[in-house]
Design a protein. Structure first.
Length: 335
C-alpha cells in the first residue's frame, strides 16, 4: 500500500510503498477513507527520531478484512476510529476511559495510523458510522470528542455565558458544543481575524480581538457580566495564567490546550478567587457515542471546520504548510 512516512526530526513526510497490514485474529482491516491532520501530528513529526512511522489518529474508514476471531462486523461496515486501544480488561477500558489504561497504545502514534491506504485496528476502536455521516465527518469525530469531553468537564450552568480563549480547531469545536448545550453567549477571543470569523460561523455569538481589546472588559460589554466560565484552548506558555486572571471570583477554568513544554502560573490567582480549575485529556467512549449520534441527527454541523480535503500525494506539502501561519482550520486527507 501507499503511505506517508516520517523521515526524521523536522524532515517532511514522504510517500512510499510499504506492506499492507495484515489483521491479527482480533483485528479489523480498514480502508482509510478520511484522516484529519492534528497539531500533535506536526509535533510528533518534528520531534520523532524514528523514521518510517505512519501518523494520523483522526480517521474513519471501511471494513475490508476481518481477523479470524472477530465477530459482529462485516466487510463494508463504515466506522470512525477511537485511536486509543488498551488491554480491554481493566476498569478503565471496561468503562470507556481507555486513556487511563496502563497498556494503552495510540493508532497514529506507537502504531501505524491513517496517513495510508489501509490500517489495522481492534474492534474496540471501531465505532459504527451511520450512512448519512460522511467519512470526513467521521474523521472529525475524534477532535469533536476532545471538545465534547472538555465541555462535559466544564462547570457551566445551562444558559450562562462562556469565554473560549483560542480559535484554533479545538477552540472552534468547544464553541460548537457550548452553543449546542445552551450557553447563552459563546464568546471566542483570538488574535487572528479569520479565526474569529470562522468561530461566528461555527456557533460563537460574539468574538473579541485579544490584541486590540481587554478581553474581560469586552466580555462584560457583550454579556453584561464578567466571565465566570473560561475555557483555555491555546496551549502556549502564559495562557493558563491568562485564563486564571480572566475568570471571575468563584468561577471555573477548564484547561484544554496542552503546552508542549514548561509553563508557570501564580497559585495566588486561583487561590484568591477560589477558582475551580479542571484539566482535561483525550475523551471517553461516551464522548464518541454522543458525537456520532449528534452528527447523525444533524444536531451539530462541523462543516465550517473542514476547510479542505485532498489526496495522499498532496499530504506531505499540505502537512508542511500547516507548520506556518495559515487560514486553514481542519484539513482532511482522503487516501
Amino acid at each position: 500500500m501507499r503511505a506517508a512516512l516520517t523521515q526524521g526530526q523536522g524532515e517532511p513526510l514522504v510517500i512510499e510503498r510499504i506492506d499492507d497490514p495484515t489483521p491479527a485474529a482480533d483485528q479489523l482491516l480498514l480502508r482509510v477513507k478520511a484522516c484529519g491532520i492534528c497539531g500533535s501530528d506536526l509535533h510528533i513529526a518534528d520531534n520523532t527520531d524514528r523514521p518510517g512511522r505512519v501518523l494520523g489518529h483522526e480517521l474513519a474508514g471501511e471494513v475490508v478484512g476481518l481477523g479470524t476471531g472477530v465477530e459482529g462486523y462485516a466487510e463494508g461496515d463504515r466506522v470512525a476510529v477511537f485511536p486509543l486501544d488498551g488491554c480491554g480488561t481493566c476498569l478503565y477500558c471496561l468503562t470507556g476511559r481507555t486513556s487511563r489504561c496502563a497498556q494503552r497504545t495510540l493508532t497514529g502514534g506507537q502504531l501505524n495510523g491513517g496517513y495510508a491506504e489501509y490500517v489495522a485496528v481492534s474492534p474496540r476502536q471501531a465505532y459504527r458510522l451511520p450512512t448519512d455521516v460522511s467519512f470526513p465527518f467521521g474523521a472529525a469525530v475524534e477532535p469533536l470528542s476532545v471538545a465534547h469531553h472538555a465541555w462535559q468537564k466544564t462547570r457551566a450552568e445551562t444558559g450562562e455565558p462562556v469565554l473560549v480563549i483560542g480559535g484554533g480547531p479545538v477552540g472552534q469545536a468547544v464553541a460548537l458544543w457550548a452553543r449546542h448545550y445552551g450557553a447563552s453567549d459563546v464568546v471566542v477571543s483570538d488574535l487572528v481575524e479569520h479565526r474569529r470569523a470562522l468561530a461566528e460561523q461555527v456557533g460563537a455569538t460574539a468574538t473579541i480581538d485579544s490584541a486590540a481589546a481587554d478581553v474581560v472588559e469586552a466580555f462584560r460589554e457583550i454579556t453584561g457580566k464578567p466571565p465566570r466560565v473560561v475555557i483555555e484552548c491555546v496551549g502556549v506558555p502564559g495562557m493558563i495564567q491568562r485564563a486564571l486572571e480572566s475568570a471571575a471570583p468563584d468561577g471555573s477554568v477548564t484547561i484544554v490546550g496542552m503546552t508542549m513544554g514548561q509553563d508557570q502560573f501564580l497559585p495566588s490567582t486561583p487561590f484568591g478567587k477560589e477558582l475551580n480549575v479542571q484539566w482535561v485529556s483525550f475523551y471517553t467512549g461516551a464522548d464518541y457515542d454522543t458525537t456520532i449520534r449528534a452528527l447523525d441527527r444533524g444536531a451539530i454541523d462541523p462543516s465550517p471546520l473542514i476547510t479542505d480535503t485532498f489526496d495522499l500525494d498532496s499530504l506531505p506539502t499540505r502537512f508542511e504548510a500547516l507548520k506556518h501561519p495559515t487560514t486553514e482550520c481542519k484539513i482532511v486527507v482522503e487516501p
